[in-house]
Design a protein around this ligand. Structure first.
Ligand code: PLP
Length: 455
């Protein structure tokens, strides 16, 4: 039997979005402004300029312009790996015996192995255009550092990456990919920044955290002439760049007259989720359509489902602006979950505000069940998914099984953010039955909430 809808819905190069979409423009109630930590007043572009590239600082603070042109140089880079396919998971549907139609937008088709390249290339472009020498950043699991090193080598920019020490030691191959692309990779906390020295003195032998690596990277950017700091998630500018995912998804669905019912994404700092759902949420905000949108987070780092909606620090060193977001507190150190990309204490202020307005729901899932879903998916769909992405797979399968009970033919769309080839230690633990499901207690969370700033 011929399937009317192909396994892979590809867009033509010419159908790739010409503009990014800024969902903030369609929000009546805007996300709360980010604040200067010293004055507690909303930050200005001028205040951000010593840290961020000017154009990116403008994008960060712009909550009224709905569309931004994607510069031609960025579009030509995108064309090397975009448009990315929207895949109909026929084989998974059959295996589950569900009447639901499952689609996934696959962002793992580039060497960085994730969606992060979509924003890395944009941020490197604006840094180059401003005439900078280079950029600094942090990386946890390593996907962002890899994406940024690729983008910087393309534009001939220096790239300095502070990599959380435990990942630096546990993921030597990620580190080598970055070095192959010319990046300088330093384990964090290091002895080459003031904040790194301070943290090392206070916590001897610490293996680092994302919040600490951010502080180091910011310090490195502000103390070197011609450098700025860039970040791979959480920020509104990153969501803007990632909207290319959602725009392509909507265009692909439209090609075959498919109306999505449920849209699902995993949520770490919220950039892939925000990028995927922005155009869908925009239709909801404008009263044109209705969708069920689900954010999926790890039970070990449950910022949306158990966090507080409050102003908080974005980094351990408290040098970054304060953001109002669903947060577990900047001092929260999640247990050693294998989905490194989902271990951030906070959540994008845009995703947080949409969640607070009830436009999306959130679920937290336990690690072992996530890997069971990953295995089930890998065995029939042929892609080895990243542990982060597998959070979305888990909930997509749950939703499809609900349809099996009710007989509903729903269209379920989820974001498959990347591949898991560098996560084989995690898969090994799962295969050996040695994975644990640590969930923080209420007492632990309360302790962490106590350190929230009084704003
Ligand atoms: C970084 C990462 C994530 C989580 O980051 P978000 O900003 O929440 O999207 C998810 N999946 C993969 C593969 C990643 O590398």
């Amino acid at each position: 039997m011929e399937n009317k809808i192909p396994y892979k819905i590809y867009l033509e190069e010419s159908e790739m979005p010409q503009q990014w979409y800024n969902v903030r423009a369609d929000m009546k109630k805007k996300p709360a402004p980010i604040l200067n930590p010293d004055t507690l007043k909303p930050v200005t572009v001028e205040e951000l300029e010593p840290i961020f590239c000017t154009e990116l600082a403008k994008q960060e603070l712009d909550d009224t312009t709905p569309y931004f042109d994607i510069p031609e140089e960025i579009r030509s880079f995108y064309k090397m790996y975009r448009p990315s396919p929207l895949v109909r998971a026929y084989c998974l549907e059959k295996k589950l015996g569900t009447p639901a139609h499952i689609y996934y937008k696959f962002e793992g088709n580039n060497t960085s192995g994730s969606h992060k390249l979509n924003s890395a290339i944009a941020q490197a472009y604006y840094a180059k255009k401003q005439g900078l020498k280079g950029v600094t950043t942090e990386t946890g699991a390593g996907q962002w550092g890899t994406a940024l090193s690729m983008a910087c080598s393309y534009f001939d920019l220096d790239c300095q990456v502070y990599m959380v020490k435990c990942s630096y030691e546990q993921k030597p191959f990620r580190r080598e990919v970055m070095r192959t692309y010319g990046a300088k990779v330093t384990p964090s906390p290091s002895m080459s920044t003031e904040i790194g020295k301070k943290i090392n003195a206070e916590f001897p032998g610490t293996t680092g955290s994302l919040g600490c690596a951010i502080s180091e990277a910011v310090e490195a950017a502000t103390t070197q002439e011609g450098y700025r700091y860039v970040l791979g998630s959480v920020l509104s500018q990153v969501l803007l760049h990632q909207s290319v995912i959602g725009l392509e998804t909507i265009a692909a669905l439209k090609k075959y007259d498919i109306k999505a019912d449920t849209v699902i994404g995993c949520a770490g700092g919220g950039s892939n989720l925000g990028g995927l759902i922005s155009p869908f949420a925009g239709e909801m905000l404008r009263g044109e359509n209705d969708y069920k949108i689900i954010a999926v987070e790890p039970a070990s780092c449950p910022s949306l489902t158990r966090g507080k909606y409050a102003y908080d620090f974005c980094d351990t060193g408290k040098v970054c602006p304060l953001a109002k977001m669903y947060t577990l507190g900047s001092g929260f150190i999640p247990s050693a979950n294998h989905a490194g990309g989902l271990r951030y204490h906070g959540m994008s202020s845009v995703v947080s505000e949409l969640y607070d307005q009830g436009l999306l729901e959130a679920r937290s899932v336990e690690q072992t069940s996530v890997f069971e879903a990953a295995q089930q998916f890998a065995r029939v769909e042929g892609i080895l998914p990243a542990p982060e992405s597998s959070h979305a797979i888990k909930v997509a399968i749950d939703e499809a099984l609900k349809c099996k009970e009710t007989g509903e033919e729903k269209n379920i769309v989820f974001g498959l953010t990347g591949t898991g080839y560098f996560d084989m230690v995690a898969y090994q633990k799962f295969n050996d039955g040695e994975m644990n499901d640590y969930i923080p207690t209420d007492e632990e969370l309360e302790k962490s909430f106590a350190s929230l700033p009084n704003v």
